[in-house]
Design a protein around this ligand. Structure first.
Ligand SMILES: [Zn+2]
Length: 269
């Protein structure tokens, strides 16, 4: 499933290719995605894409009088192709911009193609999202304040998108390792010092993943490839029984809320 780093890599790849270009055509071959494709989407021709931004895992194409909201769902990917390229089975949506075409392929149809003429942050899907982990909002003092009175394990706390967006399972395990904190530690028990380490660890982990994806990005813009590159050099994720890259101790796996957590019993207390 595409995570925040993959979506950010996609955004970085798309922004210079789309910004400033006029939409010359739209094709909706399948409107039954996670939510029905907005009717307005079919009438986008003539508008100019001003900017490509991201909120959580949503890509936002600013079209002046509104935003096109794209989500890759479980299996979606976006590609830039020459217009007229024959559509394959799961190619549900095209946005043509003169000499280039943005195409959404989404076999499982959990993605989204929506339109909003209001401020994107007011859209029901975006309004409840927590802070952006790479923004200055994710600061140690904020983290400390938010964890007070919160009894849930820190791993689950980090993965709750209503607090922080985009820290998926891999990135939560990796961030906790870098911060030297046990995934089962209760959120309310983390110290100010822990919060300094944790805020830094989350940002470093996500930046590393984005960098891993950025290096593989060319004309193909999509969710594939990023994770593979990042996953091959994780500190703890999917490394049960293997030696810790820092201390040599065997990495352990536990299950929290149905998801695997990986940690080093010696480095993470
Ligand atoms: Zn260790």
């Amino acid at each position: 499933m595409p995570e925040l780093p993959e979506v950010e890599v996609t955004r970085r790849g798309l922004a210079p290719q789309l910004a400033g270009r006029k939409i010359s055509g739209v094709a909706v071959r399948e409107s039954r995605l996670r939510w029905p494709v907005s009717r307005e989407v079919r009438r986008l021709a003539g508008r100019t894409v001003r900017a490509v931004s991201r909120r959580g895992k949503y890509l936002l194409l600013d079209c002046g009088d509104g935003h096109l909201i794209l989500h890759l769902g479980m299996s979606g990917s976006l590609r830039l192709l020459p217009p007229g390229t024959p559509a394959q089975k799961h190619d549900h949506f095209d946005l043509v911009l003169g000499d280039r075409m943005l195409r959404l392929r989404d076999p499982r149809r959990f993605g989204a193609v929506l339109w909003t003429s209001a401020a994107p942050d007011a859209h029901p899907l975006l309004a409840g999202l927590g802070v952006e982990p790479l923004s200055p909002q994710l600061a140690p003092a904020w983290l400390h304040a938010l964890t007070r009175g919160c009894r849930m394990p820190l791993k689950q706390f980090l993965m709750d998108a209503r607090r922080i967006v985009g820290v998926g399972n891999i990135y939560a395990s990796e961030s906790l390792f870098r911060a030297g904190i046990h995934p089962r530690k209760r959120a309310q028990r983390v110290s100010r010092e822990d919060c300094v380490k944790l805020a830094k660890a989350i940002k470093q982990t996500l930046r590393d993943a984005i960098r891993a994806g950025g290096s593989s990005l060319r004309d193909y813009v999509g969710a594939d490839g990023v994770l593979g590159d990042f996953q091959s050099r994780t500190w703890v994720y999917a490394r049960e029984g293997e030696p810790c890259r820092r201390c040599g101790c065997a990495i352990k796996r536990i299950v929290q809320s149905g998801r695997s957590s990986f940690f080093c019993p010696s480095c993470q207390r």
